[in-house]
Design a protein around this ligand. Structure first.
Ligand code: AMP
Ligand code: ZN
Length: 478
């Protein structure tokens, strides 16, 4: 299969480039995972679903993909300098590791509901302290890092002698300077924009480890360098994350890795754009985040009904991963309608009459259409274009129905193709959600009719009200 024409947008060069991995048939992909101090919101989910598409498509092309997605359970600090996980542990009166485990579990549960595949390796930052310490030792030895008051900082001015810091985000250092002035422990640094590789912990700090410099903890950026190096080597094919991680996180990762290995860590830098609510980035700190379970259960202040995870996944995929996407009830309802239309197309295809005689003309038309579909995916994983193309397939089905000349061979080929596109690559549970839902709906309506005939209006009204709440309008015949 592997011969293909896949182009991926590379944030490092700001252009689409032909994808060619370092090793012939295998791909190494590293995606920055969540900081597990709270439940993930729909914005986070959008990013992980986008990388799920990339992972699925690379696998479909025949690559053996090692997909590493880390769990940040230490070192990600608030602007005040407090560790996010330690802070939450104090609030919830739990051990920091209980907090990390609790939110790692809920992260995995949510992604499962969205039908996101598990990565190949999911390493945790706190399990890789030794690796992080040895990178710091190496950077100190190379004069790219310095010890100050028990902490260790990366020296940007020294680094700029070998490469230019901030090249991924294109930030200018003056702006970085004014922002970093707010950070605590500023006094320990030589340059205002140097960043911490190791932080000395104060007495009250909950998560700390012994190191050559102090009892302390690693800086957030370092974990990704350590874990990507350990599991994917010093040259990764794809390194990804949300666009908000470009700076400082990914620029710092590049600096650390170039300092440590003497080469650029990743061939392709892939960044997903943000999910917004009323035009504002969905974010924990802005307090405008919607939790997936609130949407699935219909229990939230913004939406009047619940939505299936499959519909939300479809809604996300109707936008390109590099474009911003605003979430609203109206927009999800439009996706829901669209998804149901898609199911009807598949139902029509499944029911179309086919003969034993092959039809080469139709077979060629299907293959032409197949090419168009894959060219959408090859164009930087363009899922909205692919979905539009799948809607277009109804024209082909019209042809089958009107002319009645489709052969079994063509029908089976077409059904399998749709299954590959929708199920395997886009990860949509189309057959499950529709046919299962329809039969469950039918059973519920029968029970309700029975209740009504026995004049058990409490039960029949309750079924009607609950179905209405889920968006199914129930009309009484009499
Ligand atoms: P965090 O746990 O904050 O590091 O976030 C995990 C991932 O979600 C990162 O790749 C972020 O870039 C991404 N992310 C955060 N907010 C949003 C958003 N509103 N839309 C899309 N992705 C987001
Ligand atoms: Zn990272």
């Amino acid at each position: 299969m592997i011969s293909h024409n896949l182009y991926i947008y590379n944030s490092l060069t700001s252009s689409k480039e032909k994808f060619k991995p370092f090793r012939k048939n295998s791909v190494g992909m590293y995606v920055c995972g969540p900081t597990v101090y709270s439940d993930i919101h729909l914005g986070n989910c959008r990013t992980f679903i986008s990388f799920d598409i990339i992972y699925r498509y690379l696998k479909h092309l025949g690559y053996s993909v090692r997909y590493v997605r880390n769990i940040t359970d230490v070192g990600h600090l608030e602007d005040t300098g407090e560790d996010k996980i330690s802070k939450k542990a104090k609030v919830e009166q739990l051990e920091p590791m209980e907090i990390a485990q609790k939110y790692t579990n809920s992260f995995k549960d949510v992604l499962k509901k969205f039908n996101v595949l598990n990565p190949s390796i999911e390493p945790v930052a706190s399990g890789h302290i030794t690796e992080q310490i040895s990178i710091i030792e190496d950077l100190i030895e190379k004069n790219l890092a310095y010890i100050s008051n028990g902490s260790v900082y990366f020296d940007i001015s020294k680094y700029n002698e070998i490469d230019s810091y901030g090249k991924l985000s294109g930030r200018d250092l003056d702006k970085i300077k004014s922002k970093s002035r707010n950070l605590s422990s500023q006094d320990d640094k030589i340059n205002e924009f140097d960043f911490a590789l190791w932080k000395r912990a104060d007495e009250n700090h909950l998560m700390k480890w012994t190191s050559p410099w102090s009892e302390g903890f690693p800086g957030w950026h370092l974990e990704c360098t350590a874990m990507s190096n350990k599991y994917l080597g010093d040259e990764i094919d794809i390194h990804g994350g949300g666009i908000d991680l470009k700076f400082p996180h990914h620029d710092c990762e590049i600096a650390q890795a170039v300092g440590y290995n003497g080469k650029q860590p990743a061939k392709f830098w892939v960044h997903t754009n943000m999910l917004t609510l009323n035009g504002k980035k969905m974010s924990k700190s802005l307090d405008n985040n919607i939790l997936p379970d609130e949407l699935f259960s219909g229990k939230n202040d913004i939406f009047s009904k619940s939505f299936d995870p499959n519909i939300i996944r479809f809604f996300f995929l109707q936008a390109h991963y590099r474009n911003e996407l605003d979430i609203s009830e109206e927009a999800i309802k439009a996706s829901e309608k669209g998804f149901n239309r898609l199911i009807k197309i598949i139902d029509r295809l499944t029911n179309v009459k086919a003969s034993k005689i092959n039809n080469d003309g139709i077979f060629n038309n299907i293959k032409e259409w197949e090419k168009k579909c894959f060219s959408c995916l090859d164009d930087d994983f363009n899922t909205p274009m692919l979905i539009a193309e799948i809607f277009n397939s109804s024209k082909l089905i019209n042809q089958f129905e009107e002319k009645g000349e489709i052969g079994d061979r063509e029908r089976v080929y077409f059904i399998n193709l749709l299954d590959t596109l929708l199920n395997k690559i886009l990860g949509l549970n189309y057959s499950k959600s529709t046919s299962d839902n329809n039969s469950i709906l039918e059973i519920l309506l029968n029970i309700r009719d029975e209740a009504r005939s026995k004049k058990d209006f409490q039960l029949s009204d309750s079924i009607r009200d609950q179905l209405n709440k889920k968006g199914f309008k129930v009309n009484d015949k009499d």
